[in-house]
Ligand binder design. Structure first.
Ligand code: 14H
Length: 253
């Protein structure tokens, strides 16, 4: 597609072909499959509902290791008027990142592995009086269909990786993360002719999961209150951004 062509030419890698195996293929497969399995895990046990707003439910599991907060987050949301493909498109594509991200100083693509997989290097906004943080992660977008009738499920996974073009420069601290955005599209009262589907007939059921190790040291209470505030803020801002971007465009199934 034209979007892939943009990402590929952005770094001059014209050898990144669809379906081609590369050094991270096996890891990506393993991590993607892990998220799909984990997605159906129950949130009734050990998870606290820490925020609810409209259709959005934010769950957190309190986990600490050597005094460092590693709380997994799991967020469910339903967004009316957009498809899973549209949500994942705006989340994955580099060119929109700074239009909805408020927690970054910068973002860049440092490698294109294939048309669905790029490596990002990002510098995060300083939130604490502590050291600034950065991240380096592969970002993979994919769709799959479970049955003939269903709309495809779309997913984006962001997973920390090391890279020669992104050495760790202290005092900057590296965030380690495993994040997935999984989106299912529902068509309500489907018209007989699929061509007649309108935005009012569609909604996207989204699951966002984040395992984030902030690295370095961060006071637990401060980190937990930042997370509780920032994850819902991100999802609200990002979903209204996608609604605004897609409103007058043909539906991207
Ligand atoms: O998922 C989000 N953003 C993407 C795209 O920028 C990157 C993200 C990621 C983060 C870190 C490492 C790798 C990948 O997936 C939206 C993120 C919203 C963040 C809300 C703020 C959380 C505050 C606690 C984080 C503690 C880390 C210092």
């Amino acid at each position: 597609s034209s979007t892939n062509a943009t990402a590929v030419s952005a770094t001059g890698n014209h050898n990144a072909l669809v379906g081609e195996k590369h050094r991270l293929s096996a890891e990506i497969e393993r991590i993607v499959q892990g998220h799909l399995k984990y997605k159906y895990e129950d949130v009734s046990d050990g998870w606290d509902l820490i925020h609810q707003e409209g259709e959005m439910k934010v769950y957190r599991r309190e986990v600490e290791e050597n005094g460092l907060v590693l709380d997994p987050m799991k967020i469910f949301h339903t967004i009316k008027g957009v498809t899973g493909h549209e949500i994942c498109h705006y989340f994955w594509e580099f060119q929109y990142r700074m239009e909805w991200e408020t927690t970054l100083d910068s973002t860049k693509i440092i490698e294109v592995l294939d048309p669905q997989t790029v490596v990002f290097y990002q510098v995060h906004k300083r939130v604490w009086p502590a050291a600034q943080r950065d991240s380096c992660f592969w970002s993979h977008i994919r769709s799959f269909t479970s049955s003939d009738e269903d709309q495809p499920t779309w997913l984006v996974v962001n997973y920390t990786t090391s890279h020669l073009l992104a050495p760790i420069k202290s005092p900057q601290v590296r965030i380690v993360a495993n994040v997935a955005l999984i989106c299912e599209t529902v068509i309500n009262e489907p018209p007989l002719n699929p061509k007649d589907i309108k935005r009012e007939n569609i909604e996207c059921k989204l699951t966002y999961v984040a395992f984030v190790n902030p690295g370095g040291w961060v006071p637990s209470a401060a980190l937990r209150s930042v997370a509780k505030r920032e994850y819902p803020r991100f999802l609200k801002r990002f979903s209204s951004y996608v609604l605004e971007q897609t409103r007058d465009k043909p539906i991207l199934f």
